[in-house]
Ligand binder design. Structure first.
Ligand code: KIV
Length: 271
């Protein structure tokens, strides 16, 4: 039996407690039961059914075509097998455009087995976070590079490099927590800014291309396994399969590296 199998199932309040105790959180994406089982048995604390499935599973060039029905289908497959990891599921493109739409979409994902929904951005999305949190729906806010805004951003680029943009991101992070977010994902943010945000908020920050000072890390499963997912591999991605020797070994090596702070190093972060 895996050494991790004995550990208690994660809950939303336990995440904030982990931050208080300085325990780092290891998160990976999964889209099906087979991989979810391996992640759950090998030390992963949070599993994300990301709308990245539009790119790595469905073969699209962005996450925009993904629907709530797609997300619910994959969420249900993952939820059936998780015993320990907390399941977060993405609200896909424009399903969170208004609080009411977001409530309907969140219900579909929670009824499929998600324990938290993730939504991208701040601005008008803060009202959505507040609306959902007030209705006891745990919310993760995704800030920095928000892939659903790829058309407006003109590509997948590091965010918050200029002083004004950095100040805005810090303000957005504080506002998201104030609105009720229980978790923050920070994507493609310079290391010093992610460190500042992590110190400024009471909830855990999970970085992806945001340096080593976040309270946890997340990677897209296909990137982490070194699979060609049809897009340029970002700087922050590390192929853990090469190191781990098997999928279970790779997951375990990643969870250990996140927890002991050795991943990400400077070569897998933006200064
Ligand atoms: O959709 C996804 O997989 C994500 C991660 C990149 C954080 O949002």
């Amino acid at each position: 039996m895996s050494v991790h199998a004995e550990q208690k199932p994660w809950t939303v309040p336990a995440l904030a407690e982990a931050k208080r105790q300085g325990r780092r959180l290891a998160m990976l994406t999964a889209y099906d039961a087979g991989f979810a089982r391996v992640l759950d048995a090998n030390g992963i604390d949070l599993v994300l059914v990301g709308d990245s499935l539009g790119m790595v599973v469905q073969g699209h060039g962005s996450t925009l075509p993904v629907t709530v029905a797609d997300m619910a289908y994959h969420t249900a497959a993952v939820a059936r097998v998780l015993k320990r990891a907390l399941l977060v599921s993405d609200l896909p493109f424009q399903s969170d455009a208004t609080p009411e739409r977001a409530l309907d979409a969140s219900m579909a994902l929670l009824q499929a087995g998600a324990q938290m929904v993730k939504l991208e951005g701040a601005g008008h999305k803060l009202d959505v976070v507040r609306f959902l949190a007030a209705r006891d729906i745990p919310v993760c806010s995704h800030l920095g590079l928000t892939p659903q805004s790829v058309l407006k951003l003109g590509g997948f680029k590091v965010q918050g490099r200029e002083e004004k943009a950095a100040a805005q991101l810090l303000a957005d992070a504080r506002a998201a927590v104030e609105a009720g977010a229980s978790l923050l994902v920070l994507e493609c943010v310079p290391t010093p800014l992610a460190q500042k945000i992590t110190a400024a908020v009471s909830v855990p920050t999970i970085g992806i291309g945001a340096g080593p000072h976040c309270d946890g890390q997340v990677l897209v499963l296909h990137d982490f396994l070194g699979l060609d997912s049809g897009h340029r591999r970002p700087r922050f991605v590390k192929d853990f399969l090469a190191e781990g020797g098997s999928v279970a070994g790779a997951v375990s090596a990643y969870a250990d590296a996140v927890r002991d702070g050795s991943f990400p190093d400077a070569a897998h972060a933006y200064a």
